[in-house]
Design a protein around this ligand. Structure first.
Ligand code: HEC
Length: 144
């Protein structure tokens, strides 16, 4: 290789160098932006993993109204009656008249279910449904 050849060979290479530098800078900037975006997304994911505890589903009971009881009865008939009886006097599941458990406990049972006994209704019933169901249970007559 002669000096001229070397110059000819090196020439274009030297000419490409600034372009290569710019490309590298752009790539680094892109990588930095990507890392930042990833970090933000990870932060978001962490926040969304702060799942509500079943208790967070609990809505303080609203005053029982005839409308709530009626809606609760409809929910009871479709979701609960086949185990607790159409009139909630019990079948496979216990009689729910005069239920002494707190509203919060009832909400937790409906939400979580009872292992091996009663299914969880977490996916089917929301907090508003639980309020209705509780209103219905509270409306059941107690006594001889
Ligand atoms: C697959 C049958 C089944 C279904 C469906 C079911 N339950 Fe139950 N439930 C049970 C059984 C069985 C128990 C009693 C478990 C035990 O005491 O160990 C129970 C217990 C309960 C208790 C607690 C009673 C107590 O004082 O210990 C409540 C409240 C209750 N169910 C409400 C409901 C409501 C409301 C629904 C509908 C959203 C429902 N259940 C649907 C079977 C069922």
């Amino acid at each position: 290789m002669t000096a001229a050849h070397r110059e000819a060979a090196g020439g274009p290479g030297c000419g490409r160098r600034p372009a290569f530098g710019a490309a590298l800078a752009a790539a680094l900037a892109l990588a930095a932006a990507y890392t930042l975006a990833l970090g933000l997304r990870r932060h978001e994911a962490a926040a969304s993993h702060q799942q509500p505890t079943p208790e967070a589903w609990f809505v303080a009971p609203t005053p029982t109204s005839a409308l709530l009881v009626k809606a609760g009865r409809a929910l009871f008939l479709s979701s609960c009656a086949h185990c607790h009886g159409a009139d909630a006097t019990g079948d496979e599941g216990p009689d729910l008249h005069g239920e002494e458990a707190s509203d919060r406990y009832i909400a937790t049972i409906i939400n979580r279910g009872i292992k091996g006994e009663m299914p969880s209704f977490r996916k089917k019933l929301g907090a508003a449904d639980i309020v209705k169901l509780t209103a219905y249970l509270r409306s059941l007559p107690v006594g001889p």
